[in-house]
Design a protein around this ligand. Structure first.
Ligand code: NDP
Length: 498
């Protein structure tokens, strides 16, 4: 049976306009961005290459929607109702959203479904955030004074999201921004825009006032850059590479906009000799292969105690061979394709670099054979020292380095020997050792005896060059607020001029 019939590959690409002021705007005579499925090399979607004028129009709409308080002026309870209905809308369209996500990203369909449903779950959590958000009072300033500390929505938020988790990362931001009362202009990656556009429709149908959530599509270097420089955007939330994160920070200086950044990582998996080795091996494999290694919190550096390194390597190699790589539309697939030919070339060039720098190849080492599409074998390098490029730079693909240590201090030193600080995993059965390690490791998220897990209740974000600010949890709502202090004089004024 041919692939198209077997797994529902669409016969026609789906066309999208863009979404501003509660309505679809047709592409008209603007250019198109065509997206081919990276796993099948079939044209699957066409979105609009918006212009900077389109961005300006969308920002003006979002500004008006913020200024007239059609959203910010509602109670938290009313905002929560919209977010809860949006969660229902996401669940109702899970099949459509998951299919588009898989076609555009090449990620396994079972994973895409999980991410869409996870997105609905985040909306439900954030609805509570709209109601829980509150300030503070100072009733200890004497009988003639009362002070309030209030939180207000920051204003118009420009939201720039990447291609690795287009829907899930969006859902880690949008409902929190909306819970705070802000308005949004979002720009998804031009290779994965479909589900962001559909989310705008879903939230609009859930009762969000027009103009509160707008989506502009197009390239990062044009629309994204213009967004970071825009004088009428109050905050930019950017998720992507550390390089563009830096340029976002620089561009923000024009109007001193607030910037939230979630950037790269080179995340350690510290495996102590007393770990449950089968669990650690499985966790390290999952942490590397999840989303084909294109995951900012993926654990790409195994830091392993020397006495168990040989056994760890042996079990790792055996289990890697069992990972099911292939057509992401096959519900049994665990690891799909790489997002673009550019990213594929980047990963392959790092693999070659690892070989050239003298690291020892344990398994993998190149492309995974397929009739169409771009896939990479999970690749493990051992005898990796911290001066090697593959140990220092974010590869963003299924490439693992193994570096050994002999003492606890050495393990921490290796784990922290990076410009990044996004996440870390610690594998040990000794709770004291785990606690000492998670206290010392420099990372925004630490997992003990597990990896890449969590829920919307807890905050995410990075130390060092992995970013600034925090998303999700109640912190994720507060992130999009300004703090205002109000002093109220009581009981008449003690006059300054007699
Ligand atoms: P980018 O940082 O270029 O892309 C992330 C987002 O930023 C996309 O929406 C992109 O739009 C947009 N963008 C691109 N250029 C600009 C700009 N000048 N101003 C504002 N926005 C911009 O990542 P790449 O796609 O180039 O991936 C390169 C590397 O970045 C990866 O190998 C990985 O290391 C890292 N990365 C990290 C991610 C994370 O989750 N932390 C996610 C993605 C990448 P568009 O795609 O339309 O150009």
């Amino acid at each position: 049976m041919d692939q198209a019939k077997q797994f529902n590959l669409p016969e026609q690409p789906r066309d999208f306009g863009f979404f501003v002021d509660g309505k679809w705007v047709e592409t008209g005579n603007r250019k198109l961005v065509e997206r081919r499925s990276p796993a099948h090399d079939v044209l699957v979607t066409r979105v609009t290459r918006c212009t900077v004028e389109d961005l300006d129009d969308a920002v003006a709409v979002a500004r008006k929607a913020f200024a007239d308080r059609r959203w910010a002026g509602l109670s938290g309870s009313d905002r929560a109702d919209v977010l809860l209905r949006a969660a229902q809308g996401i669940r109702a369209r899970v099949d459509e959203l998951a299919l588009l996500e898989t076609l555009e990203t090449g990620k396994p369909i079972a994973q895409a479904r999980g991410e869409v449903l996870g997105g609905a779950n985040i909306f439900e959590y954030a609805a509570g955030g709209a109601r829980a958000l509150h300030g503070d009072t100072f009733n200890n300033l004497g009988d003639n004074m009362l002070a309030l500390v209030t939180r207000e929505p920051i204003g118009v938020v420009g939201l720039i999201t990447p291609w690795n988790f287009p829907f899930f990362i969006l859902c880690e931001r949008v409902p929190f921004i909306l819970a705070s009362g802000c308005t949004i202009v979002a720009k998804p990656s031009e290779v994965t825009s479909a589900t962001t556009l559909l989310l705008a429709e879903i939230v609009s149908e859930a009762g969000l006032p027009d103009g509160v959530f707008n989506v502009i599509t197009g390239s990062g270097s044009e629309i994204g850059q213009a967004m970071t420089e825009h004088a009428d955007i109050d905050m930019v939330s950017f998720t992507g590479s550390t390089g563009v994160g830096r340029s976002t920070l620089l561009a923000s200086a024009g109007n001193f906009k607030k910037v939230g950044l979630e950037l790269g990582g080179k995340n350690p998996q510290i495996v102590f000799a007393d770990a449950n080795l089968d669990d650690a091996v499985d966790g390290v494999i999952f942490g590397l292969c999840f989303n084909a290694g294109q995951c900012c919190v993926g654990g790409s550096r195994a830091v392993v105690e020397k006495s168990i390194a040989a056994e760890f390597e042996k079990r790792l190699k055996e289990k890697f061979a069992k990972v099911r790589i292939g057509d992401p539309l096959d519900p049994r697939t665990q690891m799909g394709s790489i997002i673009t030919t550019g990213q594929n070339d980047t990963i392959l060039s790092y693999i070659e670099k690892g070989k050239a720098e003298g690291a020892r190849l344990v398994c993998g080492g190149g492309a995974h054979a397929a009739k169409v599409g771009q896939f990479i074998q999970p690749t493990v390098f051992a005898d990796v020292t911290m001066d090697m490029t593959i140990a220092r730079e974010e590869i963003f693909g299924p490439v693992l380095t193994i570096t050994t240590f002999e003492t606890f201090e050495e393990a921490i030193e290796i784990a922290n020997d990076t410009i990044y600080g996004l996440s870390a995993s610690i594998w040990t059965t000794n709770l004291d050792k785990a606690a000492q390690a998670f206290r010392r490791v420099q990372a925004g998220r630490v997992w003990v005896n597990t990896t890449i897990t969590g829920g919307p209740e807890t905050p995410i974000g990075g130390f060092k060059q992995s970013g600034t600010g925090r998303e999700t949890g109640i912190y994720g709502v507060e992130e999009y607020t300004e703090i205002k202090t109000v002093h109220i004089a009581l009981g008449g004024r003690n006059h300054w001029v007699a």
